[in-house]
Design a protein around this ligand. Structure first.
Ligand code: 6PG
Length: 229
């Protein structure tokens, strides 16, 4: 049974209300569990929201934060998702957090290491890590995580985390796969900006498979869509 929610926030209130919605979900999770595993996406949308979220009082030591995806750059590089979230959020709360990139010599080392980490730290259901919550973004090409249109990563049906070459950027990414994302107990998708709202309307409740995010939309039944109206 599908139990999606669609929340429409104005540009002015988007970050505040998104942070409040996430807080309320984390509060429920902490009341029922001693260890909560959450995967966060990178990009620009989450940063101002996480800056507000860190001010809320929660049992942060119960929370374990993982990455949905990562650029194959050093943690101190300006494009490193973990590094940016660490500066905005992790540095202010007593949670555990796990970067994806171990070193920039060999991406396979990071992929294997993260796969092992997921097996050790996240409950496995259907032989895949089952996150309590995964927070996704979406690009204006409809990508989510680092599952970009016309990339090999879209075809992965077995592994939990992979490397994925993104030709439009001529660079490698590490990303959770569809099987892992679809295995999550709950998903939040942050769609800030008018363009993303139009993309959402083009695939939600339609048969369109044009965008990578559409597969998540069709195959997961508990998604909270946070849309700027
Ligand atoms: C990344 C992200 C990616 C992001 C979208 C949206 O590494 O870039 O994980 O999937 O969620 O690109 O990014 P913005 O929030 O910057 O629009």
């Amino acid at each position: 049974m599908r139990c999606d929610t669609i929340c429409k926030y104005s540009a002015l209130e988007y970050d505040e209300l998104s942070a409040e919605l996430i807080y309320n979900k984390l509060k429920i999770l902490q009341s029922n569990k001693t260890k909560i595993c959450i995967a966060l996406s990178g990009g620009s949308t989450p940063i101002p929201i996480l800056k507000k979220l860190k001010a809320y009082k929660l049992d942060w030591n119960k929370f374990h934060f993982f990455m949905v995806d990562e650029r194959f750059v050093d943690i101190n590089h300006k494009d490193n998702n973990y590094g940016n979230i660490k500066q905005a959020f992790y540095d202010f709360i007593p949670s555990k957090s796990y970067p994806m990139i171990i070193n920039t010599d060999n991406i396979d080392v990071s992929v294997k290491s993260y796969d092992c980490l997921l097996r050790n730290e996240v409950i496995s259901v259907n032989e895949k890590p089952k996150f309590d919550l995964i927070i996704l973004g979406m690009g204006n090409d409809g990508h989510t995580a680092s599952l970009f249109p016309d990339t090999e990563g879209l075809k992965e049906e077995n592994e939990s985390v992979i490397k994925n070459y993104v030709s439009k950027f001529e660079s490698w990414r590490v990303t959770l796969t569809y099987p892992t994302i679809l295995n999550a107990n709950e998903i939040i998708v942050m769609l800030k900006g008018k363009e993303k709202k139009e993309i959402f309307k083009s695939f939600y409740l339609t048969e369109s498979n044009e965008y990578p995010i559409a597969k998540v939309s069709k195959e997961h039944n508990h998604i909270n869509w946070l849309i700027e109206h």
